[in-house]
Design a protein around this ligand. Structure first.
Ligand code: ADP
Ligand code: MG
Length: 561
């Protein structure tokens, strides 16, 4: 077929413009992104070749080659992975925006630095080539297709791109970047090597570059025909811990998560026994922009004996830990495992339990030994973790210990008080853990229900997150102490003798008033009672034990129920 010119999808175009401008100070990431795509293409080929070994053709050794041509001012990245058909090139490189693009645009703030981090998180991918290139050419042949069905895709990164069918013998993809004016510093193999080592060292396939040697006679370096491998070329998680330094763990995290921030913590170990697997898990320091989109589960990449199987393997992680990133490499699962099989598999259940325990220990370690990091964790992921109280019965107590609340004891809206802290401050006669729940911290802190507690010096937890009420319907006690709302049922704050007497007298005196109020409010209130809970406000509403509280009623109403 002859050449055809097509337009980028509107959002792709917008993304391109934005990226070129806001990522310029970080321009070297283009190489990381293109190498990461080459590595994904190799993973995909290996995976498809499990069912169809013929796809490997005569080239079973997968690799990536990076080369440069100083005269033509080009850099190219070539892989022998899965490749793309003409249709795939059209849709993947131009006409289909990635999922999440819309949300992504909504989150942009206009602040360059923040947006750059967000773009990184979104996964800039292929288009980052245009940060340094004014023209990009992609030549590809998909594994399994004949040489006559190669494709050439070309664009200047403005509004459109051209595609044509070409003859191409080698399987896989070659991407050639024609550098923009002023980018000549990239035309140095030393420079490219150092970028590869910085960002792509952990890529599991060899990244090759042509060898260079100093030629004394000619007085300059000459490029040889031989190639050398410039990265470590072994999957990071398969190497012994003692051989991996922090910088390597961090850069692997950034590769996995597309997050430019450093992780808060990680854990790496091999599990033997019932189910054998290696896990490398990370706690990010920043929530991704789509953490609340439950359809995009995120999470762990699954490998089976080093063969990549799938991204976002949701069966490996409970939903409340969806912020955890990492890799699980199983020795037991079959290579042809599907998402459906994963849901059923006993091995997977064992892995999921193990991963959950490990992830919780990592968070516990932050709580016990790294207060500042834990505070960051809590503000980014605390609300997500709270979902675990309802979702993960088996680990409820462990999760409960990690919860943090605002409280009348600290008097700020920061959530720093644990249930254990609260219990350690309970008064001698106090048997319950008290909380008040409202739509905002201010409303909670100003609740009239608090008056009597203040007077008696009893601490009350101040809850205002959306999930709190739901969570507390699963968490009814901690350390043997019931958790009770100040707005519900009878209080057990036993008054002393003198107080009791005084209260009885007041009660008798106010009886006629109560009767009158009951009649007046007959269709609004189930009962009108005298209370000694309030010290300043004249009255307040309470729910009966076992009835929905006012806050939950309002929430259900808002949700249309
Ligand atoms: P992502 O990698 O997050 O999917 P990219 O923008 O990096 O997004 O790439 C878009 C798509 O283009 C990839 O999902 C893949 O289908 C295709 N692609 C890019 N580079 C290659 C390559 N080297 N070989 C095969 N397909 C590729
Ligand atoms: Mg990519």
């Amino acid at each position: 077929m002859s050449q055809e010119t097509m337009h980028f999808q509107a959002e792709v175009k917008q993304l391109l413009q934005l990226m070129i401008h806001s990522l310029y100070s970080n321009k070297e990431i283009f190489l990381r992104e293109l190498i990461s795509n080459a590595s994904d293409a190799a993973d995909k080929l290996r995976f498809e070749a499990i069912a169809n070994p013929a796809l490997l053709e005569e080239a079973p050794n997968l690799q990536i080659e990076v080369s440069l041509d100083a005269e033509a001012r080009t850099i190219s990245i070539e892989d022998n992975g899965i490749g793309m058909s003409r249709d795939e090139a059209i849709s993947h490189l131009g006409t289909i925006a990635k999922s999440g693009t819309k949300e992504f645009f909504q989150r942009l703030s206009g602040d360059q630095q923040r947006d750059a981090a967000l773009i990184g998180q979104f996964g800039v991918g292929f288009y980052s080539a245009f940060i340094v290139a004014d023209e990009v050419t992609v030549e590809s042949r998909r594994a399994g297709l004949p040489a006559s069905e190669g494709v050439r895709w070309q664009s200047r990164g403005e509004g459109d791109f051209a595609v044509e069918t070409v003859e191409r013998a080698p399987r896989g993809t070659r991407i050639t970047l024609h550098l923009r004016e002023g980018e000549d510093e990239l035309l140095s193999s030393w420079r490219l090597k150092s970028i590869i080592q910085k960002y792509s060292d952990h890529i599991a396939l060899p990244i090759l570059m042509r060898k260079e040697e100093w030629d004394a006679e000619a007085g300059k370096t000459v490029v040889k025909d031989e190639t050398e491998t410039v990265n470590q070329a072994s999957a990071l998680w398969t190497r012994p811990k003692s051989e991996i330094d922090d910088a390597q763990y961090k850069s692997f995290y950034q590769h996995l998560s597309h997050d430019t921030n450093e992780p808060l913590a990680w854990t790496h170990n091999r599990v033997e026994g019932r189910s054998e697997y290696t896990q490398l898990l990370y706690v990010p320091s920043r929530a991704p922009f789509d953490l609340w989109d439950r359809s995009r589960h995120g999470g762990l990449k699954l490998y089976v004996r080093r063969v990549f199987i799938m991204d976002d393997a949701e069966a490996l992680l409970p939903s409340y830990l969806r912020f955890i990133r990492g890799v699980v490499d199983s020795s037991d699962l079959p290579l042809n495992v599907s998402r459906e099989i994963l849901q059923e598999s006993r091995d997977v259940r064992a892995i999921r339990e193990g991963v959950t325990k490990r992830a919780l220990s990592m968070i516990e370690d932050l709580a016990e030994n790294h207060a500042e990091k834990f505070a960051t964790f809590w503000s980014e992921f605390g609300q997500t973790l709270k979902e675990g109280v309802g979702e993960d019965h088996a680990n409820r107590e462990r999760i409960a210990k990690l919860l943090r609340f605002a409280s009348t004891h600290t008097g700020t809206d920061e959530q720093t008080v644990s249930l254990a802290d609260y219990v350690s401050r309970m008064k001698d006669a106090q048997t319950k853990i008290y909380y008040v729940n409202a739509d905002s911290y201010r409303a909670a802190a100003n609740s009239p229900h608090l008056e009597v507690f203040r007077k008696k010096g009893i601490e009350v937890l101040l809850l205002s997150d959306r999930v709190d009420e739901w969570m507390l319907s699963y968490l009814t006690e901690f350390d043997g102490k019931p958790i009770a709302s100040v707005a519900r049922g009878d209080l057990d704050l036993t008054p002393d003798e003198a107080e009791k007497e005084a209260q009885e007298k007041t009660g008798e005196a106010l009886q006629p008033l109560l009767e009158a109020a009951k009649v007046a409010l007959a269709d609004k209130a189930k009962d009108v009672r005298l209370t000694f809970r309030l010290t300043e406000s004249p009255s307040c509403l309470v729910a009966d034990e076992g009835e929905l509280s006012g806050h939950l009623q309002r929430m259900l109403k808002a949700a249309g129920q």
